[in-house]
Design a protein around this ligand. Sequence first.
Ligand code: HAM
Length: 464
Amino acid sequence: MITKQKGCHDIYGVEAKKWKYVDKLIDSLMEKYNYSYMRTPLFEASELFHRGIGETSDIVTKETYDFTDRGDRAITLRPEGTAGIVRSYIENKLYGDPNQPVKIYYNGTMYRYERPQSGRDRELTQFGVEVLGCDDAVMDAEVISLAVNFYRLLGLTNVKVQINSLGDEESRSNYRNVLIDYFRPHIDELCEDCKARFEKNPLRILDCKVDNENPILKNAPKTIDHLNEASKKRFEEVLEYLDLLKIEYEINPNIVRGLDYYQHTVFEFTADIEGMGSQSALGAGGRYNGLVEQLGGPETPGIGFGIGIGRTLLALEKAGINLPIEEEIDAFILYVNDEEKKYATYLAQELRLNGFNVDMEYQNRNLKGQFRQAERLNAKFLLILNSEDLDNNELKIKDTRSKEEEIISMDALIYYLDEKLAMDEYASSELEDDACSCGGACQHEHDHNHSCEHQCGCHHHEED
Ligand code: HAM
C-alpha cells in the first residue's frame, strides 16, 4: 500500500467540514475588513525565498522543498505566503493601483521540511494578510486586531498577543552591534547553529530553538532598550491603538522572529491551552518595510501575519470547543420502483437547481434502509415517492422534526419547502440572538442575561 508522506494529512468527513467552516469564516471576515483575496503559485523561483526570507533563516537553510525542474530552473515549494505576495505585488505593479493601501489575504498550502509532530506539518495551511503601502501605526493595530477577532469568532478567547519592536533600520543596526559585543566573549557557550549566526545574523541567536534556556540568551540585551526615538514613538503609538481597540497584549522583548524581513512591530499569537506544548504559536507576523525594495520594487511599507489553520483547529480541539458545523440537508428523496427512481432523479435536480440541499437513494435499499439513511444525513424533510401519488401529480412529504406527514401537490413543493425552511431559519436566528452576546458571531450558547461565557469580546447583553 502506498501511504501519504510524513507530516501530510488526508482531511475528510467531519474534519473536512471544520476546515470548510474556517474557510468560510475567513472569507466573510475579510469582506468585513475589505481585504481582497489573492492566489499565488505553490512554487516559485528559489531565489525569491533566498532573497525574501533571508539566507540565514531556518526556513531557507533547512526547511525548503527545493528541486530543479526539467528546464533546469531552481524551484522551491513556497514555505510561507509573504514572499510570493510581494513578488506578485511588484510584478503586477499593484503599487500603481489608485486604490491604496493594497490589502490582501490568502489561505493556502505551504511546505516546510520540518520534523513532523502534532501541530507541526510538512504540508501546512496558512491564512494570512499582507497590507502594502501603509506605514501608519493604525495599520499595525488593525492587522493584529483582525487576527484576534478571527480567533474570537472561532471561540478561542485565550489567545495571547505577544508584541515587540525591532525598530527601524538604524535601531536594528545599532542593536546588532550591541549584540555582537555582548555575545563575543560567550561564543564558545553557544550551540553550533548560533556560532554560525553570530557572524551572519546575531539577532537570530535570540530565536534559537536548541538552546533557549541558556542564561546567555536569556540575559542578552533587549531590542526594545535600543530603539531610537522615532522607533520608540512609533511602537508607543501602535500600543495606544491596540488599547483603543481593547486588544490585550504582552510586550515580549524576546520576540525577534525567524524571518529576516522584519522591522518595527513583530508579534506572535500564542494559545494558552493545555496540551499545545511547543506548538502553541498559532500565528505570527510583523512589519517588513524593506522587503518590497529588496525584491526589486519601489520603496513600500508592508505588514502582515500568517496563521496556521491546522494548529488553530488543534487548539480548538484541546480547548474542547466544537465548531457549529452544518450537518443537515433540506430533503432526502425515497422511492421503491424504477418509475419512481426516474422521477426522483428528475426531482433531485429540480430542487438542487432551485437552491435546496437534496440527496436521494442510490443503493437499492429497502424503504426501512432509506429511512435510516435519511436519518444519518439529518434530512429535514423526507420526500416519499410512490407511483399512485405521482400519477396524481402529488407526493408525500414528512417533516422529520414535527413528524407531520401530508400529501401535497407536486406544483406546490418548492413553495412549501421554501416556506417551511424560511420559518426554520427565522426560528434559529432568534435562538442565535439569545444564544450569544456577540450577535451570533461566535455561535456559542450562553445565558441570555450575561456576557458570552466564551468571552468572545462583545458585551451586547450585559445591559439587558
Ligand atoms: P511563521 O511564523 O513562519 O510566519 O508562520 C506563521 C504560522 O504558521 C505559525 O505561527 C504557525 O501557526 C504556522 N506554521 C508554521 N510552520 C508550521 C508547520 N510546520 N506546521 C504547522 N503550522 C505551521 C510566516 O510564515 C510569515 N509569512 C508571517 C507573516 C506574514 N509575516 C508577515 N506577513
